[in-house]
Design a binder for this molecule. Structure first.
Ligand code: CS2
Length: 492
């Protein structure tokens, strides 16, 4: 076993290294949710920004639930390898923008201290859709969420992200006569209007514990929205083995991602920001149309192909794309999703659709359908139901969205066609299982339409939507997913 990565000098020559001296740059960002996606995306833009524009913008990472990433990265002084897998070429670079990782039992308190420290000017987040505890319809906190009620009871020792943001901001405001200026909150999760949503949740949380603090946050804190995009499979043993081969030393924090990367950011950083444009980030006034495009076209198609692909026996996205019926349905889905969008002058949706299909086919990326299938109840509303409502209201075909929804419902039965069971890995798994058990598999569509707050009223009450979903689901159940996909593709 080679020695472990801990300094840039350890790395074999020929590997791309950061073009700056990490020790010369202090930290300015605290990032909550230091998973593979952050390491393949925002941390890389920050690495490029440090090289191009300098500044004290290195990142303190925070893991809220496990020590795994901290134990991998801290002995490596935050260094890790990113393997970039294009369709034709694969290359590796070492990233140095991360300084250290705070994890339990030091988190949350040490993380809140870092967030409250005057050196921190941005707190960014990739904590997944389910971690916020915000009711998307109202923007208010959801008291039924696992951390919200507890944190409202103990606001100065919070465990969830909203509580942590509010407590860190409280400490900054309370510090000294004039306080410490606020940091900017940068949500990088795949949620529509992610900045606006987190702002609403933070304000509602703060108002419940300290109305004057809520007023201060309302006046002082910026919450830019962003659209983030880079396909990043969960790292495996093979990722680590490949990294070791490429850099010549062991790296327990290596990640691999596709070569493509995109970041569209709302230009709203009163406390300053790194020169992320050096890594290709695009700064705009309104991120919403980009977010909708990505959520409906990329993520919507991803969810559909994950459920339909998993149940057709395909472990990876690239295998789904090699199945002609499913590939045709992916093509149909991205086209139908594009038809629900307002035009974006900078982007041709046909080109974007073509590039998505090409990215999904990437033979060098082993992206598991089971990974994407996770958290369906958190993902489908913005990915599939919102465009379906648009289609319903504009007389467009509901069929692609109904097929995606039916595939999720079939997946929600919790067993494949051989009877092999799997966990859904959805925060509403218990409710889903109970509803289906009570109704019976055949009645799953009606049962799942009853999940409180999941389906928009417009769909729930639309006989044409309900019929399309029922029809697709019945074929999947009675004839199997592969046959359902074949019949569906034949009808395009
Ligand atoms: C995927 C996304 O797991 C999922 O739900 O759809 O993680 C997707 O790979 C990224 O959004 C791509 O940027």
């Amino acid at each position: 076993m080679p020695t472990r990565l801990a300094a840039l000098d350890d790395v074999t020559t020929g590997v791309r290294l950061p073009q700056y001296r990490p020790s010369r740059h202090a930290t300015g960002i605290v990032h909550l949710g230091i998973g593979a996606f952050h390491r393949a995306h925002q941390a890389v833009y920050t690495d490029d920004a440090l090289a191009a524009g300098g500044g004290d913008w290195r990142i303190v990472g925070v893991s809220l639930r496990s020590r795994i990433v901290a134990d991998a990265l801290n002995p490596q002084n935050g260094l890790y390898t990113l393997i970039e897998r294009g369709e034709d070429a694969v290359s590796a670079r070492v990233v140095a923008s991360l300084s250290r990782v705070i994890a339990p039992p030091d988190a949350p308190e040490e993380a809140i201290k870092a967030m409250a420290d005057p050196s921190t000017r941005i707190v960014s987040l990739t904590v997944t859709e389910k971690a916020y505890g915000i009711d998307r319809a109202t923007g208010r906190v959801d008291p039924a969420h696992s951390t919200i009620a507890i944190d409202l009871g103990h606001p100065q020792a919070p465990t969830g992200v909203l509580g942590m943001l509010v407590e860190a901001l409280r400490r900054r405001r309370a510090r000294g006569a004039r306080g410490v200026p606020a940091f900017t909150v940068l949500c990088c999760d795949n949620l529509p209007d992610n900045g606006g949503l987190v702002r609403a949740g933070v304000l509602d949380f703060a108002r419940r514990v300290d109305p004057a603090l809520a007023d201060w946050i309302e006046a002082e804190v910026a919450f830019p929205s962003t659209m983030v995009d880079r396909i990043t499979p969960a790292p495996t043993i093979e990722t680590r083995e490949e990294a070791a081969e490429r850099i010549g030393v062991e790296d327990r924090a290596a990640v691999a991602a596709e070569a493509f990367s995109q970041w569209v950011v709302e230009e709203k950083f009163p406390a300053g920001r790194p020169a992320w444009e050096a890594g290709g980030a695009l700064f705009v006034d309104d991120v919403a149309p980009y977010e909708r495009m990505k959520l409906r076209m990329l993520n919507g198609a991803h969810s559909m192909l994950a459920y339909a692909g998993f149940l057709s026996g395909h472990a990876h996205v690239r295998d789904v794309m090699a199945d002609s019926s499913l590939a045709a349905l992916v093509g149909r889905h991205v086209k139908a999703a594009a038809a629900t969008l307002e035009p974006l002058s900078e982007i041709d949706f046909d080109d974007y659709a073509r590039s998505l299909l090409q990215r999904f086919r990437n033979p060098n990326i082993a992206h598991e359908t089971y990974q994407i299938a996770m958290d369906g109840t958190e993902k489908l509303p913005q990915r599939v139901f919102e465009p379906a409502v648009h289609a319903l209201q504009h007389g467009q075909s509901l069929r692609p969205f109904a097929f995606a929804t039916a595939a999720w419902m079939r997946y929600s039965l919790g067993h494949d066609e051989e009877g092999k069971t799997y966990v859904l890995r959805d925060p509403r798994e218990t409710e889903i299982v109970a509803l289906i058990k009570e109704a019976g598999a055949q009645e799953a569509p009606a049962a799942l339409h009853r999940l409180p707050g999941l389906f928009p009223d417009a769909l729930q009450q639309s006989p044409s939507w309900r019929n399309e979903v029922d029809r697709a689901f019945t074929v999947m159940l009675e004839q199997g997913m592969a046959e359902a996909a074949r019949l569906e593709a034949a009808a395009i």
